[in-house]
Design a protein around this ligand. Structure first.
Ligand code: PLP
Length: 470
């Protein structure tokens, strides 16, 4: 499998060449040249597989420049009951016939990002060891992404993580999760400022090409292709768990921010999985709902971003969305470049001005917006009707999913985090403390450490330099 850029300006590359990169060399995003197809007899075969074997079957079509036996070993070491709580990895919980929750958040940080990042950690370590390379990951986080990246990379040879977070601004749970890590390759830097200050510092450091090169600086943001690929697997897993026949269709409801999770669903559908609708749910930051309802894509300014009670979906633009539009254009890189010229210049585009509007229905998307009041009401009604506690992000997905539900079509709502991560809102909604899974109970007792610094890129560079033994 070779990879091309959405903007058409990169000569095709292998998986290993794009694994450690963020953007493609021409500013676009890496995409597989084509999607492998599974036909009905293939689905019958896949249905019988355990998660690890299913993951290998799917991922080996996208990763063919790592020897199969090595890839199998990396996948087997990633998706274990020890790390994800059960051999199912992503168990399906049935609320009532035809209505299900696919549990994606049983990994170490209790959010769905673990499913992809745990594999990424093992892939990075493998490829770096073979190349005698090293990688210093520099990132900014307001919570979920940073902790999932740290838990994926802790103890990995050849990798260090320098994670900037806003001092005193994360939830106590997220702070404890990150700052209690004692692995010598994990560096938490608490910046006296807000999340935007952290992100600005990362940008400033990244703009210094010489510093970046000399210190082997990289990222693990949501545009990494391997993350998207790893997420395709659980759409298949969820489908098989909710159906008995390989001709049956299901719909998925997906709480969305950067469009990484639901992009994997789109790809599963392109690969032949019988998905009827992909139901995209946003919170008050509804740039994607606006697009799927009206055909207008208008990224917001950072001052327009609302701080909500489903904070991992608080986005101004959706960084993986370009990959979907590439498929929507029939992979017309020239048209995509034109559309993104206006997006990258701070503008917008409208499908009505292009030949694309008529193609949209073929991709099966529906969408909706969920507000704080909707989240509270949904958390309450799911708890009252089914005795199941869901988190705020999952509630956005359930709310919009139920609004789009069709009779006779099983609906699978993706659970993206566990309620304990957002305990305050759950207490408001239910008057109850969410349960703490075993692996987080002792978290509050552990000592915490972080380097506290001013919002100063030069000081962060010095710190990175001092702690990279090159
Ligand atoms: C990251 C995240 C999302 C959004 O996923 P995208 O891939 O960015 O669309 C939703 N819920 C939770 C809990 C998350 O951490």
């Amino acid at each position: 499998m070779r990879y091309i850029s959405t903007r058409g300006g990169m000569s095709p590359r292998g998986f290993r060449e794009i694994l450690l990169e963020g953007l493609a060399t021409d500013g676009g995003l890496a995409m597989p040249e084509s999607y492998p197809r599974y036909e009905a007899p293939d689905l019958a075969r896949l249905r019988k597989l355990k998660y690890r074997d299913l993951a290998f079957d799917i991922l080996s079509r996208y990763i063919d420049d790592i020897p199969a036996a090595d890839l199998k070993r990396l996948i087997d070491a990633t998706y274990t009951a020890e790390v994800f709580g059960s051999d199912d990895i992503t168990p399906l919980k049935t609320l009532e016939p035809g209505l299900h929750i696919l549990q994606l958040s049983n990994g170490p940080t209790l959010a769905f990002k673990d499913v992809a990042l745990q594999l990424l950690g093992n892939l990075f370590e493998y490829v770096l060891a073979e190349n005698h390379g090293e990688l210093n990951i520099l990132g900014a986080t307001s919570g979920d992404t940073g902790s999932a990246a740290e838990y994926a990379m802790r103890g990995k040879r050849g990798v260090r993580v320098f994670m900037l977070s806003p001092h005193g601004k994360m939830s106590p749970f997220q702070t404890a999760q990150m700052y209690s890590l004692t692995d010598p390759n994990i560096f938490n830097i608490a910046i006296k400022g807000v999340f935007d200050d952290c992100q600005d510092i990362v940008k400033q450091v990244s703009n210094d090409a010489e510093f970046k090169r000399r210190h082997h600086i990289g990222t693990v943001n949501s545009i990494n292709w391997a993350r998207v690929a790893a997420q395709i697997v659980y759409y298949f897993k969820g489908y098989f768990a909710a159906t008995t026949l390989d001709t049956q269709q299901v719909s998925f409801a997906v709480p969305s921010g950067n469009f990484g999770n639901i992009l994997a669903g789109h790809i599963a559908r392109m690969m032949g999985l019988p998905i009827r609708k992909l139901i995209l749910a946003t919170n008050e930051n509804n740039v994607l709902d606006e697009f799927f309802r009206t055909g207008r894509y208008r990224p917001r300014g950072s001052s327009e971003v609302h701080q909500t009670s489903s904070p991992s979906m608080d986005i101004s633009k959706a960084s993986n969305f370009e990959r979907f539009v590439f498929d929507l254009t029939g992979r017309d890189a020239a048209l995509l470049r034109t559309l993104w010229q206006s997006v990258d210049g701070g503008g917008e585009f409208r499908l009505a001005d292009t030949p694309l509007l008529g193609k949209m229905p073929g991709f099966g998307f529906l969408s909706g917006t969920s507000t704080h009041a909707d989240r509270i009401a949904t958390i309450r009604s799911v708890y009252q009707r089914y005795g199941v506690m869901i988190d705020t992000h999952t509630a956005d997905g359930v709310k919009v999913g139920l609004a789009c539900r069709e009779p006779g079509v099983p609906l699978i709502c993706l659970e993206t985090a566990q309620p304990v991560k957002f305990a305050e809102v759950i207490k408001d909604a239910l008057g109850l403390e969410p349960e703490c899974p075993a692996n987080c109970r002792e978290l509050a007792q552990l000592p915490q450490r972080a380097e506290v610094m001013g919002a100063d890129a030069a000081a962060v560079k010095q710190y990175v330099h001092d702690h990279c033994v090159s």
